[in-house]
Design a protein around this ligand. Structure first.
Ligand SMILES: [Zn+2]
Length: 187
């Protein structure tokens, strides 16, 4: 099964605890299926270790359903905040000189750092539109794109892209051969 880096899940969970409270985390945990509880919390989660990508995504979806509006906006917002935290401090200075094109050029490495399977490629970039694809991850979880888009759109905003829009017209979780991510922005 596909796995995601422990640090990604821990960042989301710690925002839930910080913003809503430890009881919220407990409530989300209690409403996960027994299988997901075991997959996610059956052993200690290390930042450099792996967590089950499906169970991690379903934790985010439950958080959004129980404590957001159920429209996935909370997943987008929290992952945007995680992107801002990841690029804080000294790194921000180096970061700010990058362009959307340079960021997308690093996207394949980012994917490989955060997921243990799937392969990301940049299909095209022209003007203020970029198309990314991920292949070879047949068990990618349904609605995974909200966390991906929340994080990546914020990274783009940090390097000056305005009015970032995203669509996910193809998804392996819906039976397609690949996941397609389209990003549009105002230059
Ligand atoms: Zn997808």
């Amino acid at each position: 099964m596909a796995n995601a880096k422990g640090t990604a899940f821990l960042a989301f969970q710690s925002l839930v605890i910080k913003k809503i409270g430890a009881a919220a985390d407990e409530k989300i945990k209690s409403q996960l299926s027994a299988d997901d509880q075991k997959l996610l919390f059956g052993k200690p989660i290390l930042p450099i270790g792996w967590v089950d990508y499906g169970a991690y995504t379903r934790y985010m979806l439950l958080a959004d359903k129980l404590f957001g509006k159920g429209d996935k906006q909370m997943i987008l917002d929290y992952n945007s905040e995680i992107a801002r935290m990841d690029t804080k401090g000294i790194y921000r200075i180096f970061f700010l000189v990058l362009t959307p094109k340079a960021i997308f050029g690093k996207a394949a490495q980012l994917w490989a750092r955060y997921y243990d399977s799937g392969k990301l490629s940049m299909e095209s970039i022209a003007g203020s539109h970029c198309e990314l694809r991920v292949v070879d991850m047949p068990d990618i979880p349904v609605h995974h794109e909200f966390a991906n888009f929340g994080y990546m759109a914020e990274v783009l905003r940090l390097v000056g892209a305005k009015n970032v829009r995203t669509i996910h017209p193809n998804c392996m979780a819906r039976g397609d051969k690949f996941c397609r991510f389209d990003y549009y922005w105002d230059a």
